[in-house]
Design a protein around this ligand. Structure first.
Ligand code: GLU
Length: 490
């Protein structure tokens, strides 16, 4: 079978974690089966859809490496033979109207003239009588005279689907297995709104058919839409695609993932400095696993291993701590040059004059702490003292500079370092240890004040590597600065 899948976001905001996971699973499913991955934009919500959101979704998908084979493209371009791929353009082309009219003609749809107030009233009554809140079908059997009367009043009709009222709608979901819905609980959903715009359920089913989608893979918040769409396929005499509904994503408190759990959009994570590779790997494990519960995947491995059989129906928990851990793992795998290029923009953004060092030196400095980074956005504050004046943290001064003998130590170290011809890690270390030994200090007693003197803080990269990178001139200058500071301590 020709596998064709689609990701069909509504452009009403940035690409969020749930959407990105759906896009990824569709992408992986297509790659695994040699199929086609399509991007369709579902902008039938005229009020909330924006071009800005559409562009932001394109950008996040590109960043995540989820390249699509067909679909809407930036700058209103399109790729593929099943277009247009933006629903508003399909609407302009009369695609939805054509199918809606066919259903109307064949008696499987009807005009509904109910006003928003009447619908609201209906809902309120149903609520009071504890009946299901669904359209009661009152316009199903309107006489021509009644319809003409409404038209004369200036009412514009919506088109509703005539849902079978008896029997069941069944399907086998590839993840949830057998699903069954009593038709009596389904409802006559609107296909075309009074504005002329199609609704999600209508446009989605029409497009999935016309685009020859073989598998619909989407979040399980859409599971209740599937029987509506299946009845539509049935009415039109079309074979439906296979469905797979992905598990919900919850925050660690068990509530549906939302803003109050922190960042929810791909671009927010990008900004924090989660790598695209990390996010892909992390998202892949939200509701999917291999039989051996593999956690970190090599390049290309997800495309090879992904299988809908590994998807579970129970909700997945979004764990930001695990995401950060995983990012650390990915950062560690980067080459020096890769890390430098990724870190650069974060450095510049936090006001660091990265050009004050040569690119090789800057890369070298950034990589000193590679083992420790969990987010790219943490990098600047961890190494900024290499690029700007040292600032002594109050905490470091209180903890380290007030100890006995610090002045003697810094003066002694200054002398030793001044005499060093070869200012490299090994020489600096030997000289520092030597000084401690011959003056009866413990190494820690010497290392701590030297560290604070040159970096302003109590923690950081390996001391001697750090001093070598700072260079002789800077190191001596900073020790002098620390000695000045010592004089002011009371
Ligand atoms: N536009 C829908 C959404 O963003 C797509 C649902 C579907 O995949 O059918 O939720």
């Amino acid at each position: 079978m020709n596998i064709r899948v689609r990701f069909a976001p509504s452009p009403t905001g940035h690409l969020h974690i749930g959407g990105a996971r759906t896009a990824l699973f569709n992408y992986l499913f297509a790659k695994k089966s040699g199929g086609t991955f399509i991007l369709r934009i579902e902008d039938t919500d005229e009020l909330r859809s924006t071009e800005e959101s559409m562009n932001s979704i394109f950008e996040s998908m590109k960043w995540l490496g989820l390249d699509w084979d067909e679909g809407a493209m930036p700058d209103l371009a399109e790729k593929g033979n099943s277009g247009p791929y933006v629903q508003s353009k399909r609407q302009d082309a009369g695609i939805y109207k054509k199918h809606a009219e066919r259903l109307l003609k064949e008696g499987m749809a009807y005009r509904c003239y109910c006003t928003p107030e009447e619908l609201e009233d209906m809902r309120r009554k149903a609520q009071l009588e504890k009946r299901p809140l669904r359209y009661d079908g009152r316009c199903r059997k309107l006489s021509n005279a009644q319809a003409e009367d409404f038209e004369r009043q200036g009412r514009r009709p919506a088109l509703r689907f005539s849902m079978p009222q008896e029997g069941k709608t069944q399907f086998v979901d590839l993840i949830h297995k057998e699903m069954e819905f009593e038709n009596a609980i389904l409802y006559d959903f609107i296909m075309i709104k009074a504005s002329g715009y199609p609704t999600y359920n209508f446009a989605c089913a029409i497009d999935d058919h016309l685009m020859e989608i073989s598998n619909v893979i989407r979040g399980d918040d859409h599971i209740s839409n599937t029987p509506l769409q299946l009845n539509l396929y049935n009415a039109l005499g079309w074979a439906p695609p296979d469905f797979a509904h992905l598990s919900m994503i919850l925050g660690s408190d068990g509530a549906r993932l939302s803003k109050r759990h922190g960042a929810t959009s791909v671009q927010e994570y990008r900004k924090q400095g989660i790598l695209a590779e990390t996010l892909r790997n992390y998202l892949a494990l939200l509701g999917w696993s291999t039989s051996d519960s593999k956690q970190i995947f090599e390049k290309g491995e997800l495309e090879e291993k992904f299988d809908l059989k590994g998807c579970q129906k129970n909700p997945a928990i979004f764990d930001p701590v695990k995401l950060k851990w995983m990012n650390g793992e990915y950062i560690r795998k980067l080459s020096k040059q890769e890390l430098f290029l990724l870190a650069k923009s974060y450095m510049v953004e936090s006001g660091i004059d990265i050009e004050c060092q040569s690119p090789e030196k800057a890369a070298d400095i950034i990589c000193l702490e590679q083992e420790k980074y969990k987010l790219l956005s943490e990098i600047p504050s961890m190494i900024d003292f290499f690029f700007k004046e040292v600032i002594y943290s109050r905490d470091a001064v209180d903890k380290v500079f007030r100890a006995h003998g610090v002045e003697v130590i810094l003066n002694g170290i200054k002398d030793k370092y001044s005499g060093l011809g070869n200012f490299n890690e090994a020489e600096i270390e030997a000289e520092t240890r030597n000084f401690a030994k011959s003056n009866g200090f413990k190494t820690g007693q010497v290392f701590h004040p030297v560290r604070v003197a040159v970096s302003g803080r109590t923690e950081g990269p390996t001391l001697f590597k750090m001093i070598e990178r700072l260079g002789k001139e800077q190191t001596l200058k900073r020790i002098d600065k620390a000695l000045e500071l010592l004089k002011t301590l009371v």
